[in-house]
Design a protein. Structure first.
Length: 592
């Protein structure tokens, strides 16, 4: 570069040290301005981008100068083509565009011209080096794609739309199977949805690819079978004009409501609860207006679960009751069953055990009518019912149920169902350990959670109890691993809390001092998840278990005493109405 040290330093500061911007600037000045640093003042940005940041603005400014120099050339056509994608471009996709003559900007280059253009663009730093593992693939910096994609859309809108439409047809035919069963094999379908929506074909992409091939219709394969919530959102975003509040205008009113609810479901699973609330409520309102009673019941049920997670039990119960009413209007036994379990769970957490028990029993009767041979609720609904049964110390019944439902979950490939059944099995093993150790069960409490030995009191190891608690930890390790794989943040927190409790019992029953560290790790992660996502009920459960652990080890846990943890839990219970935990508070207070 030709310039003084001061001029060079001033330029670096002006570009905020942005590596791509400085690299492109240096190459541009060397190529077109004899390397004179002073000539940079001639770089005027051709357009403003709403996505601009302080650093990207400079890169766009340099690329605008390149665009002026390369206008109507094969080079700029290659750059416009790259702007159609959001990732490296396969050789096949580029051939598809070139053979179609799209984008039609200056005419399609022949092979010789095309390869020469790529060589020049690599020399200029606008195109990455050739990938030796994937010869023929093209890639560039994301800002380069962003800039030239925007320019193609603005200057040549017909070519932009035609190119995306052609890529939609190309990608949707790539998978060998109509319904691929792994994320890797689904990638072409994800790309098809993106290009179809970019071409303005939102409804077509939904009807031809997303609904029948990615979701497998009512199976909801992507979020519910393989629990790929983040991938689900990465597909759904293309059906929105403004994520996650304004669906694309090209969708029917019904499908607008559907994508809102689908997005909210995955946002909730990922712990993004604040973001999930608006689309979930909007979806329900739209479906009720359309008199889609079954779908509106699902939306209300999901909303009930969301309110429950954030600790608004009154709203959770209200949404649950609305879900039951809407499901009954639909007459669909599946939705009627699901709505009752959602309401039952909300009532259970609020301490309304009698009504909750009756609703679970009613839902299970519907399950038996709906599906011969399936006598019990399973997966999430079964887990919720087992949680209530364990609260009354009916662990033998839970173990009997879960051994069967775990078999069903494995047959169906239900990742979440498998993990939840293992979580329930871990809890039943703890109940058995407590019983065999001769510890008193506490009325109206799940003893695996609530029993706390008075400080200084020891328990002689009993062989049956030792075996049971060891088995509990084994089940819970598998459950936590499975819940992590399933990716639902709220349920991961439940698994961690359950395992932390079992580690505490390992301290009591097995005298395992190393279990303290393991319990602390699980509690700390639970607190982080609950605070980050606003999961107030799990935060209360964290404080209660931390108080019990502090009493067990006789010292503060995570820098707070048992009294401090209990105070925080009591405050949370008062604010949320999480009355199910009040007997546990009384139990801890007796030991302070």
């Amino acid at each position: 570069m030709v310039g003084t040290d001061k001029e060079l330093a001033t330029t670096v500061n002006a570009y905020h040290g942005h590596a791509l911007s400085l690299s492109l600037l240096a190459t541009y000045l060397r190529e077109y301005e004899n390397g004179d640093i002073r000539k940079q003042d001639g770089l005027l940005c051709l357009t403003e981008f709403p996505e601009e940041t302080r650093t990207s603005r400079h890169a766009f400014r340099v690329m605008a100068a390149y665009e002026r120099q390369l206008v109507d050339s094969a080079d700029v056509q290659v750059l416009y083509s790259l702007g159609l994608f959001d990732r490296p471009v396969s050789a096949g996709a580029m051939i598809c565009l070139r053979e179609s003559g799209i984008p039609q900007v200056g005419g399609p280059p022949n092979d010789k011209i095309f390869h020469a253009a790529c060589k020049r663009l690599r020399r200029l730093g606008l195109l990455n080096r050739e990938d030796t593992e994937h010869p023929g693939n093209l890639d560039c910096h994301p800002l380069v794609r962003q800039y030239f994609g925007k320019r193609l859309e603005e200057l040549h809108p017909e070519s932009w739309q035609q190119a995306h439409a052609r890529l939609y047809e190309y990608f949707k035919t790539l998978p060998e199977k109509e319904q691929p069963n792994t994320l890797e094999k689904m990638e072409p379908l994800f790309a098809a949805v993106r290009h179809g929506c970019a071409a303005g074909m939102h409804q077509k992409a939904k009807d031809e690819v997303y609904w029948p091939r990615i979701l497998r219709k009512n199976e909801h394969y992507l979020p519910k079978k393989i629990c790929a919530f983040a991938d689900e959102l990465s597909v759904l975003v293309h059906f929105f004009a403004v994520p996650w509040s304004m669906p694309a205008a090209g969708l029917t009113d019904y499908d607008k409501a559907v994508v809102l609810n689908s997005a909210a479901f995955s946002l909730r699973a990922l712990g993004r609860l604040t973001e999930a609330k608006e689309p979930m409520q909007a979806s329900g309102d739209m479906l009720i207006k359309q008199k889609k009673w079954g779908n509106s019941a699902i939306a209300a049920s999901n909303l009930s679960e969301l309110y429950l997670t954030v600790g608004d039990l009154a709203q959770a119960v209200a949404a649950g009751r609305q879900s039951v009413e809407l499901a009954d209007r639909s007459g669909d036994i599946l939705w009627r069953m699901a709505s009752r379990t959602a309401l039952a769970d909300a009532l259970h957490q609020g301490g309304e055990l009698a009504e909750a028990t009756a609703l679970f029993a009613e839902a299970e009767k519907m399950q038996q009518e709906r599906q011969q041979g399936c006598d019990w609720l399973d997966s999430v609904q079964g887990f919720q019912y087992c949680d209530l049964l364990l609260a009354s110390d009916a662990w033998p019944e839970v173990r009997r149920r879960v051994k069967k439902t775990l078999h069903w979950a494995k047959q169906d490939g239900d990742l979440l169902g498998i993990a939840l059944d293992k979580l329930s099995l871990g809890r039943t093993a703890s109940h058995k350990a407590i019983e065999q150790a001769g510890l008193p069960a506490l009325s109206s409490l799940a003893p695996d959670l609530a029993c706390v030995l008075p400080p200084g009191k020891a328990v002689e190891p009993v062989s049956g109890a030792v075996e049971a608690i060891s088995r509990a930890v084994k089940w819970l390790n598998q459950a936590v691993d499975g819940l992590r794989e399933a990716g639902d943040e709220e349920l991961i927190a439940r698994g961690l809390l359950a395992r932390a409790t079992r580690y505490r019992w390992a301290i009591v029953l097995l005298n395992q001092s190393d279990a303290i560290t393991q319990a602390l790790q699980d509690l700390q992660e639970t607190e982080e998840i609950a605070q980050r996502s606003g999961m107030k009920l799990h935060l209360i459960d964290f404080h209660l278990e931390a108080a019990r652990l502090a009493l067990t080890v006789g010292k503060p846990v995570l820098n707070r005493t048992a009294i401090e943890h209990l105070t925080a839990a009591k405050k949370g219970i008062k604010e949320t109405g999480y009355n199910r935990r009040l007997p546990e508070v009384a139990n801890i207070e007796e030991l302070l």
